[in-house]
Design a protein around this ligand. Structure first.
Ligand SMILES: [Zn+2]
Length: 174
C-alpha cells in the first residue's frame, strides 16, 4: 500500500512540473527579517565550504512547515544537518530542512504546502548556536542560467536555488 502511495506521489511530482509551487516561508510566524539574505553561498562555511541555503532564526520548538508540496524521501539524522527532512517537489527539486529539534514526517509521506514536518532546533553542527532552520533547495537538473564562474564551488551554483529569492516569489519563473 505504502509503495502504491509513493508511486502515485512520484507521478504527481512528475506531473506537477508546470504547476504553481505555492511558496510559503517554512517557519511559522517567520518573515524575511528572520534570515540574512547575503548568507546564501557565503564562503568559507564550515565543512561544506559554502553555505548552500539560508538560516531562518526562530525560537526552539517553533513549527516548521513545508515550503512547497512534495514527497518526503528521507527523515533522519546526520552530523552536519542534525535532524533533517528531505522533500522531493516540483521540477525535480529537493527541499532540505535541517537542524530540526524534532521531526513529525516520514519517508513516503506527501506534504502539502504549509503542512507541519517538524520543529526548529539546533541539532547537528548547529549545536550550541541560536536555533534556526537551515533551508536549502537543490535541483537535480542543472539550472544553466544560474552558473556563476567567479563563485566558489562554481559548478554547484547551477544546482542550488537561493531560497530567499524563492520565498520572495521571484523564483516562480525559474
Ligand atoms: Zn545554514
Amino acid at each position: 500500500m505504502r509503495k502504491t502511495i509513493t508511486l502515485i506521489a512520484l507521478i504527481i511530482v512528475a506531473a506537477s512540473w508546470l504547476l504553481p509551487e505555492g511558496h510559503e516561508i517554512p517557519v511559522a510566524g517567520a518573515s524575511s527579517a528572520d534570515w540574512n539574505p547575503h548568507s546564501f553561498w557565503h564562503s568559507p562555511w564550515g565543512r561544506s565550504g559554502v553555505h548552500k541555503g539560508i538560516d531562518i532564526f526562530a525560537k526552539e520548538g517553533k513549527t516548521v512547515v513545508a515550503a512547497s508540496p512534495g514527497l518526503v524521501v528521507y527523515t533522519g539524522y546526520n552530523d552536519i544537518g542534525g535532524n533533517v527532512v528531505l522533500v522531493l517537489g516540483a521540477k525535480w527539486r529537493f527541499y532540505y530542512y535541517a537542524h530540526l529539534h524534532s521531526t513529525s514526517s516520514h519517508a513516503g509521506q506527501w506534504l502539502a504546502t504549509g503542512e507541519v514536518l517538524g520543529s526548529v532546533g539546533s541539532t547537528g553542527n548547529a549545536q550550541g548556536k541560536p536555533p534556526h532552520l537551515h533551508f536549502a533547495i537543490r535541483s537535480l537538473l542543472p539550472l544553466l542560467w544560474q552558473y556563476q564562474a567567479d563563485k566558489p564551488q562554481a559548478l554547484l551554483t547551477m544546482f542550488y536555488v537561493d531560497p530567499g529569492v524563492y520565498l520572495a516569489g521571484a523564483g516562480r519563473s525559474l
